[in-house]
Write a new protein. Structure first.
Length: 145
């Protein structure tokens, strides 16, 4: 299970953690450190099928639905992107489709994150969120039929 009960609690925890740091150099390092905590990505999924297109760096992404919750796995060859993946997973991993769809991507503004990323990184980050939301929407539609 996620370390917090709701996505909003995860976002608030991230905001509190970010507020602890005085500047963005320290926040970037914290994001990179979060990426180091990601579980190992399966080597057999480092292929084109699992590659996420839309990021400047190489990103691989996998998921599974278990017990009505999404379980996310990801990896990047760039340390900061790996950290951004970990940040997203703290909000979206092991959530129901409804929780994912009810969580606005605006939390990136609350963290002041998009303003401190290059345009390419911000676009890639939004692309990852859109993919997660699309997976949730597909699962939600499938379950309602």
């Amino acid at each position: 299970m996620p370390e917090t009960r709701t996505p909003d609690e995860a976002i608030q925890t991230l905001a509190d953690e970010f507020a602890f740091f005085d500047d963005w150099t320290d926040r970037y390092q914290y994001i990179i450190d979060m990426g180091k905590q990601l579980p190992e990505f399966p080597a057999d999924k480092l292929d084109e099928e699992h590659k996420f297109h839309g990021c400047q760096s190489q990103v691989w992404f996998d998921y599974a639905w278990r017990d009505g919750r999404i379980h996310l796995h990801g990896l990047s060859d760039a340390a900061i992107v790996k950290g951004l993946i970990a940040l997203l997973f703290r909000v979206y991993d092991q959530r129901t489709p409804e929780e994912i769809l009810d969580t606005s991507p605006d939390f990136l503004d609350q963290l002041d994150l998009k303003a401190h990323l290059s345009a390419n990184r911000a676009t890639g980050l939004m692309g990852m969120i859109q993919k997660i939301r699309a997976l949730a929407e597909n699962a939600s539609t499938r379950d309602s039929n």
